[in-house]
Design a protein around this ligand. Structure first.
Ligand code: CA
Ligand code: CA
Length: 349
């Protein structure tokens, strides 16, 4: 039996060393042990498939690039990777798009479903109510060691109610859908005749043909005083000065596109990739269209099944979560959504 460690932590207030993709950057990341148990997850049942379209997608010609970053232990070694051409959504999947999927299929997301007590043996049954993790600014400065100070498990939070039952996506249709688990993202992709990007495809697309730069948009944080992505300004987690205009998710296409015509590859919301997460994968990854390792292992939470997430979110800054920087990798337990996590899709020719 696997424990849903991240949600368990939220539900009973445990101090979890890692929570979601946003984490305090350590001086040196742990390296993986290959002796630890491996976890895999079964493929989900496809939802009613539709004929795929390439509306609002950009054609990304394949090619070779240097993948990874020297600044992050799990993004090393930087290595040569080749990807075939593919179509990629210009922007993160929006609430309006996800609503169409749900309207057509009746799909219910993980955050809307009843929780199985067997997955949460440490949590009193009366606390097992559907919900999701919502970022909640603290009233004053706090130590950044414990993410549970600003992440709350909110009953009734889901993609329709991003900040809890009283909130709505009405008038936010053009913002990215959030609170999606991996299987939710995959179900949408299958319905749309698409798939989720590999981590290599995602990074190749994010570089926009420009090679490695500190940020996917360039080497300067805010060139000419202009913010190039929806990230976090101010003092995390209590005071967001929203110099870029947004304290939470912004409507897609608000910030400049990259050279391939892709928006919000940096920031706004994290994006699921198909690859399982292992910190040691790059040392053994094939150079030709890598698909990720065959299992998942995170030394910080060995019991959790994790997939890669990319690009950072509106909560990223150099104060706390610096994994909006180019080449860096995020990771997330596959059933754990949050209000800063979404996705986009790709499709083959
Ligand atoms: Ca912002
Ligand atoms: Ca994004």
């Amino acid at each position: 039996m696997k424990y849903k460690t991240q949600l368990t932590a939220l539900l009973i207030g445990l101090t979890s060393p890692v929570f979601l993709s946003c984490q305090l950057e350590k001086k040196s990341d742990s390296s993986a042990s290959t002796s630890k148990p491996a976890f895999t997850t079964p493929a989900p049942t496809p939802v009613a498939a539709t004929r795929g379209q390439t509306d609002e997608m950009a054609w990304i010609s394949g090619g070779s690039f240097q993948m990874g970053a020297e600044d992050f232990a799990d993004s090393q070694p930087v290595h040569l990777v080749t990807v075939n051409g593919f179509w990629m959504d210009e922007h993160e999947v929006t609430n309006a798009q996800f609503a169409q999927f749900v309207k057509t299929t009746g799909y219910r997301t993980v955050a809307e479903r009843q929780l199985n007590p067997q997955d949460y043996p440490q949590v009193p049954p009366n606390q097992l109510v559907p919900g999701s993790a919502v970022f909640t600014p603290t009233p004053q400065p706090v130590s950044k060691d414990n993410p549970l100070q600003w992440w709350q498990y909110v009953a009734g939070a889901n993609w329709l109610h991003p900040n809890g039952p009283q909130s709505t996506i009405k008038a936010h249709e053009n913002e990215p859908v959030v609170h999606v688990g991996y299987e939710d993202a995959l179900a949408y992709a299958i319905w749309a005749g698409k798939r989720l990007p590999t981590e290599a495809e995602w990074e190749f697309a994010a570089q926009g043909g420009k090679g490695y730069r500190t940020y996917y948009w360039g080497n300067e944080l805010n060139p000419g005083g202009k913010w190039m992505a929806n990230i976090y300004q101010g003092d995390f987690p209590h005071r967001n000065t929203r110099e870029d205009g947004f304290a939470e998710a912004a409507p897609v296409k608000t910030f400049p596109a990259n050279p391939y015509g892709l928006y919000d590859m940096d920031g706004n919301v994290w994006e699921w990739c198909q690859d399982f997460y292992r910190p040691d994968y790059y040392a053994q990854a094939p150079g030709d269209n890598p698909q990720g390792p065959s299992d998942s292992y995170d030394p910080d939470e060995p019991g959790a099944v994790k997939r890669v997430q990319r690009g950072g979110s509106f909560l990223c800054s150099d104060q706390y979560c610096i994994r909006y920087k180019a080449g860096s990798r995020g990771k997330g337990e596959i059933t754990s959504g949050s209000n800063n996590l979404g996705f986009r899709c790709v499709r083959d020719k």
